[in-house]
Write a protein that binds this ligand. Structure first.
Ligand code: PMP
Length: 419
């Protein structure tokens, strides 16, 4: 079937046939951002060519069309992730802004001195810093669930929930380790402890379909650019009953019902949280990405990604000095690793010369890197359009680096004259 064949789907992504440093591009930096299928690129371009207008002010036909297309994506996204209602979808710039929205609108008014916030050790900075900012202001305390090994100790999680945090902010999938966390079990425990849960889905939704009702969380945040859609757009899903209680966090046009100099009455959900002209083209592009994913056989693509992961681990495992940091029981198609005697940055640069795009560094997870006692790692992150050949090319790129360093080290004395 066409929609399940990664080699055919690959042709939908124009950038994947480019060359870098004279070599075919092997794009293994999908956790940073994913590439876009032609349908997404075309949707954005067609929107600007044919339908560009501001939304929600339909005094003319173009605006009515733009509004319809814009709101239709909200409905499609709601259906796709199992939201009860389209009002539960708030457009944001991405995961970071979605988490900030919850931190400032939901949590901040609830924090008192001594309140607690429960975070994960492997969290992306986007799921640490906003909470830390408001916790500091309120005199609240942050508890951290250790998970540097990739594994979650649910008993310990239960104990931390027992301290009564005002929120637990957890990750679906770690961007630095690739660990897939047992979010369903964690949400069930949190519900029993009456602790609201935010799930950072930035690395979850790109790999698997979700149903927010089934997960059992209260908030789910994600970014369009990691989901084969455009950058600058993402969403927060939240239960309607919770959103109803939340005050606006940014204000201006588009989010009001009535304004006078004495008072402003705010619009209903979800517009109350969407001040200003939204990223209309971004939403249209994201809609095309969602349609693309809905039309593909995601179960088959997931299996392909798992094959990529095991093949990459097997091939790279044969390279002397390769050490994978991945240790969780369930892994997304992402390998975070070290190469003995090599600085991660140097490995990244070397691979780049071979046309292989990876990321080297702390991956916006500095507390995790501290817990692991390393400054950073090399990360190769796969998407469904990557091939087994590309996984092998990664391993041979690493092998060549090792071979080359060995010949340099073992070069006869006096050879430095030639350097
Ligand atoms: N959380 C995780 C797990 C991520 O991987 C990222 C992006 N690297 C973010 C949050 C932040 O996403 P964005 O920069 O798109 O807001």
């Amino acid at each position: 079937q066409h929609r399940a064949d990664p080699n055919r789907l690959r042709r939908d992504f124009p950038i994947l046939s480019s060359r870098v440093h004279g070599k075919p591009l092997i794009y293994l930096d999908n956790a940073a951002t994913t590439q876009k299928p032609r349908s997404v690129i075309d949707a954005i371009s067609n929107y600007y060519k044919r339908s560009n207008a501001n939304v929600h002010r339909a005094a003319h036909a173009l605006s009515a069309d733009a509004t319809l297309a814009f709101e239709q994506v909200r409905q499609e996204l709601a259906d796709w992730i199992g939201a009860a209602h389209q009002n539960e979808i708030v457009w944001t710039r991405g995961t970071t802004e979605a988490i900030n929205l919850v931190a400032y609108s939901y949590l901040k008014p609830r924090l008192k001195p001594g309140s607690r916030v429960l975070l994960m050790e492997s969290a992306h900075h986007a799921n640490i810093v906003p909470w830390q900012q408001i916790a500091r202001e309120a005199g609240a305390v942050i508890d951290v669930l250790p998970c540097a090994t990739g594994e979650i100790d649910l008993k310990l999680f239960g104990e931390l929930l027992g301290r009564g945090p005002a929120i637990a902010a957890i990750s679906h999938v770690s961007n630095a380790l690739g660990s897939i966390y047992p979010i369903k079990a964690m949400c069930r425990m949190a519900r029993e402890a009456q602790v609201p849960v935010l799930v950072d889905g930035a690395q979850g939704l790109p790999h698997t379909d979700i149903d927010v009702g089934d997960i059992g969380c209260d908030f789910y945040a994600f970014s369009g650019h990691k989901l084969f859609g455009p950058s600058g757009i993402g969403a927060l899903w939240a239960r309607e009953a919770i959103l109803e209680q939340m005050p606006p966090w940014q204000s201006g046009g588009e989010m009001i019902e009535q304004v006078s100099f004495d008072e402003t009455r705010f619009a209903g959900l979800p517009f109350r949280f969407e001040a200003g002209t939204p990223d209309i083209a971004g939403v249209i592009g994201l809609g095309a990405a969602i349609r693309y994913l809905r039309e593909s056989d995601r179960k088959a693509l997931e299996q392909h990604e798992q094959k990529l992961l095991s093949h990459a681990l097997e091939c790279c495992g044969q390279v002397k000095g390769f050490r994978s940091l991945a240790a969780g029981p369930e892994q997304a198609a992402l390998i975070s690793f070290l190469l003995e005697g090599q600085h991660p940055q140097d490995v990244g640069l070397w691979l780049d010369r071979q046309g292989i795009a990876v990321r080297a560094g702390h991956h916006c997870a500095m507390p995790l890197m501290s817990a692991l006692g390393i400054p950073g790692s090399i990360r190769a992150s796969f998407a469904f359009y990557n091939t087994l050949d590309e996984a092998e090319a990664l391993a041979s790129g690493l092998q060549q680096l090792i071979d080359q360093s060995r010949t340099q080290v073992s070069a006869p004395a006096g050879s430095e004259i030639a350097q």
